[in-house]
Design a protein. Structure first.
Length: 200
Protein backbone atom coordinates (compact mmCIF):
# COMPACT_ATOMS: atom_id res chain seq x y z
CA UNK A 1 0.00 0.00 0.00
CA UNK A 2 1.40 3.45 -0.82
CA UNK A 3 2.41 5.70 2.08
CA UNK A 4 -0.64 6.78 4.15
CA UNK A 5 -2.11 10.14 3.19
CA UNK A 6 -0.86 13.07 5.25
CA UNK A 7 -4.40 13.54 6.58
CA UNK A 8 -4.20 10.25 8.46
CA UNK A 9 -2.11 11.44 11.36
CA UNK A 10 -3.46 11.85 14.90
CA UNK A 11 -3.12 15.63 14.84
CA UNK A 12 -5.49 15.88 11.85
CA UNK A 13 -8.00 13.30 13.04
CA UNK A 14 -8.25 14.21 16.72
CA UNK A 15 -8.33 18.00 16.80
CA UNK A 16 -11.46 20.11 16.91
CA UNK A 17 -10.53 21.43 13.47
CA UNK A 18 -12.64 18.68 11.93
CA UNK A 19 -15.37 18.37 14.54
CA UNK A 20 -18.65 20.18 14.84
CA UNK A 21 -18.98 22.66 17.68
CA UNK A 22 -21.47 20.43 19.50
CA UNK A 23 -21.37 16.72 18.73
CA UNK A 24 -24.75 15.03 19.21
CA UNK A 25 -23.83 12.26 21.62
CA UNK A 26 -27.32 11.44 22.84
CA UNK A 27 -28.73 11.07 26.34
CA UNK A 28 -26.72 9.92 29.34
CA UNK A 29 -28.44 6.54 29.03
CA UNK A 30 -26.93 5.91 25.57
CA UNK A 31 -24.60 2.92 25.43
CA UNK A 32 -21.00 3.49 24.35
CA UNK A 33 -19.80 1.64 21.26
CA UNK A 34 -16.95 1.82 18.77
CA UNK A 35 -16.33 0.71 15.20
CA UNK A 36 -13.03 0.05 13.45
CA UNK A 37 -12.28 1.91 10.22
CA UNK A 38 -9.40 -0.32 9.12
CA UNK A 39 -7.50 0.80 6.03
CA UNK A 40 -5.42 -2.07 4.67
CA UNK A 41 -3.46 -2.94 1.52
CA UNK A 42 -5.53 -4.87 -1.04
CA UNK A 43 -2.62 -7.30 -1.45
CA UNK A 44 0.85 -7.78 -0.03
CA UNK A 45 2.35 -5.85 -2.94
CA UNK A 46 3.87 -2.66 -1.45
CA UNK A 47 2.18 -0.61 -4.18
CA UNK A 48 -1.26 -2.18 -3.69
CA UNK A 49 -4.28 0.08 -3.48
CA UNK A 50 -5.95 0.63 -0.12
CA UNK A 51 -9.17 -1.04 0.96
CA UNK A 52 -11.56 -0.66 3.89
CA UNK A 53 -12.78 -3.71 5.80
CA UNK A 54 -16.57 -3.86 5.98
CA UNK A 55 -18.99 -6.58 7.04
CA UNK A 56 -22.50 -7.63 6.15
CA UNK A 57 -24.28 -8.48 9.36
CA UNK A 58 -26.36 -11.61 9.83
CA UNK A 59 -30.04 -10.66 9.53
CA UNK A 60 -32.01 -11.79 12.55
CA UNK A 61 -34.60 -9.05 12.31
CA UNK A 62 -32.83 -6.55 14.58
CA UNK A 63 -32.31 -2.85 13.91
CA UNK A 64 -29.09 -3.40 11.93
CA UNK A 65 -29.56 -6.96 10.68
CA UNK A 66 -28.37 -7.46 7.10
CA UNK A 67 -26.73 -4.03 6.94
CA UNK A 68 -23.29 -3.33 5.53
CA UNK A 69 -21.31 -2.02 8.49
CA UNK A 70 -17.89 -1.52 9.98
CA UNK A 71 -16.70 -4.13 12.48
CA UNK A 72 -17.55 -2.99 15.98
CA UNK A 73 -19.94 -3.11 18.89
CA UNK A 74 -20.62 -1.93 22.39
CA UNK A 75 -17.97 -1.24 24.98
CA UNK A 76 -17.27 -3.82 27.68
CA UNK A 77 -16.02 -3.11 31.22
CA UNK A 78 -12.54 -4.43 30.39
CA UNK A 79 -12.03 -2.05 27.44
CA UNK A 80 -9.61 0.75 28.25
CA UNK A 81 -10.91 3.08 25.52
CA UNK A 82 -12.76 3.22 22.20
CA UNK A 83 -9.77 1.80 20.31
CA UNK A 84 -9.69 -1.23 22.60
CA UNK A 85 -13.41 -1.78 21.99
CA UNK A 86 -13.08 -1.48 18.21
CA UNK A 87 -10.10 -3.85 17.95
CA UNK A 88 -11.64 -6.41 20.32
CA UNK A 89 -14.89 -6.40 18.35
CA UNK A 90 -13.01 -6.75 15.05
CA UNK A 91 -11.14 -9.74 16.48
CA UNK A 92 -14.45 -11.33 17.51
CA UNK A 93 -16.35 -10.56 14.30
CA UNK A 94 -13.75 -11.04 11.56
CA UNK A 95 -10.82 -12.72 13.32
CA UNK A 96 -8.51 -9.72 13.04
CA UNK A 97 -5.09 -10.29 14.58
CA UNK A 98 -3.79 -6.73 15.09
CA UNK A 99 -0.20 -7.90 15.68
CA UNK A 100 0.08 -10.14 12.60
CA UNK A 101 -1.55 -7.45 10.45
CA UNK A 102 0.58 -4.65 11.88
CA UNK A 103 -2.44 -2.59 12.93
CA UNK A 104 -1.73 0.95 14.13
CA UNK A 105 -4.46 3.22 15.47
CA UNK A 106 -4.08 6.74 14.06
CA UNK A 107 -7.08 8.57 15.48
CA UNK A 108 -10.82 8.92 15.79
CA UNK A 109 -13.66 10.54 13.87
CA UNK A 110 -16.73 12.23 15.32
CA UNK A 111 -18.58 10.44 18.09
CA UNK A 112 -22.30 10.42 17.35
CA UNK A 113 -25.56 8.93 18.61
CA UNK A 114 -27.72 6.42 16.72
CA UNK A 115 -31.24 6.90 18.15
CA UNK A 116 -32.76 3.66 16.81
CA UNK A 117 -30.28 1.51 18.76
CA UNK A 118 -29.35 4.08 21.43
CA UNK A 119 -25.62 3.64 20.82
CA UNK A 120 -23.06 6.43 21.17
CA UNK A 121 -20.55 5.39 18.49
CA UNK A 122 -16.89 6.38 18.20
CA UNK A 123 -15.23 5.50 14.86
CA UNK A 124 -11.59 4.48 15.38
CA UNK A 125 -9.30 4.84 12.35
CA UNK A 126 -6.40 2.40 11.98
CA UNK A 127 -3.88 1.37 9.32
CA UNK A 128 -2.76 -2.20 8.65
CA UNK A 129 0.81 -2.68 7.42
CA UNK A 130 -0.09 -6.06 5.89
CA UNK A 131 -3.25 -7.44 4.26
CA UNK A 132 -5.22 -9.01 7.14
CA UNK A 133 -6.15 -12.67 7.06
CA UNK A 134 -9.80 -12.63 8.15
CA UNK A 135 -12.54 -15.12 8.95
CA UNK A 136 -16.17 -14.18 9.59
CA UNK A 137 -17.85 -15.18 12.84
CA UNK A 138 -20.91 -17.09 11.57
CA UNK A 139 -23.03 -15.94 14.51
CA UNK A 140 -22.59 -12.26 13.65
CA UNK A 141 -21.20 -11.80 10.14
CA UNK A 142 -22.70 -13.05 6.88
CA UNK A 143 -19.80 -11.81 4.75
CA UNK A 144 -16.58 -9.82 4.92
CA UNK A 145 -16.40 -7.05 2.32
CA UNK A 146 -13.03 -5.64 1.27
CA UNK A 147 -14.12 -2.40 -0.37
CA UNK A 148 -11.75 -0.06 -2.24
CA UNK A 149 -11.03 3.09 -0.25
CA UNK A 150 -11.49 5.05 -3.49
CA UNK A 151 -15.24 4.29 -3.31
CA UNK A 152 -15.59 6.72 -0.39
CA UNK A 153 -13.24 9.62 -1.12
CA UNK A 154 -14.53 13.08 -1.99
CA UNK A 155 -16.23 12.98 -5.38
CA UNK A 156 -17.05 9.26 -5.19
CA UNK A 157 -20.33 8.14 -6.70
CA UNK A 158 -23.42 8.38 -4.47
CA UNK A 159 -26.77 6.81 -5.38
CA UNK A 160 -30.13 8.18 -4.28
CA UNK A 161 -32.19 5.28 -2.95
CA UNK A 162 -35.96 5.35 -2.43
CA UNK A 163 -37.40 2.36 -0.61
CA UNK A 164 -39.48 1.24 2.38
CA UNK A 165 -38.13 0.25 5.76
CA UNK A 166 -40.59 -1.36 8.17
CA UNK A 167 -43.46 -0.01 6.10
CA UNK A 168 -42.25 3.60 5.98
CA UNK A 169 -41.01 5.28 2.78
CA UNK A 170 -37.40 6.43 3.09
CA UNK A 171 -34.98 8.24 0.82
CA UNK A 172 -31.24 8.28 1.38
CA UNK A 173 -27.85 8.53 -0.27
CA UNK A 174 -25.67 5.42 -0.48
CA UNK A 175 -22.20 4.53 -1.70
CA UNK A 176 -22.38 1.67 -4.24
CA UNK A 177 -19.46 -0.73 -3.89
CA UNK A 178 -18.83 -4.44 -4.45
CA UNK A 179 -22.45 -4.94 -5.53
CA UNK A 180 -23.73 -3.52 -2.23
CA UNK A 181 -25.01 -0.20 -0.94
CA UNK A 182 -23.32 1.44 2.03
CA UNK A 183 -25.71 3.81 3.78
CA UNK A 184 -26.75 5.16 7.17
CA UNK A 185 -24.20 5.49 9.95
CA UNK A 186 -21.53 3.61 7.99
CA UNK A 187 -21.88 5.96 5.02
CA UNK A 188 -21.68 8.92 7.39
CA UNK A 189 -18.42 7.66 8.87
CA UNK A 190 -16.81 6.81 5.54
CA UNK A 191 -18.01 10.08 4.05
CA UNK A 192 -16.28 11.99 6.85
CA UNK A 193 -13.10 9.99 6.28
CA UNK A 194 -13.35 10.65 2.54
CA UNK A 195 -13.73 14.37 3.15
CA UNK A 196 -10.56 14.37 5.26
CA UNK A 197 -8.65 12.48 2.59
CA UNK A 198 -10.09 14.69 -0.13
CA UNK A 199 -8.64 17.92 1.24
CA UNK A 200 -5.38 16.50 2.57
Amino acid sequence: MPAPPAALVPERLDTGERRTAAVLTGPDSARDAAVLVLIAPASNDPDAEAEVILIRRVDRGGHHGGDVALPGGRSEPGDSDAAATAIREAAEEVGLDPILSGVRVVGQLETFWIPISDYRVTPVVALAARRPVLMASPDEVEAIVRAPLAAFVAGARIELVETEIRGFPVRFGAYPTMGLRVWGATARILGQLGAILGDA
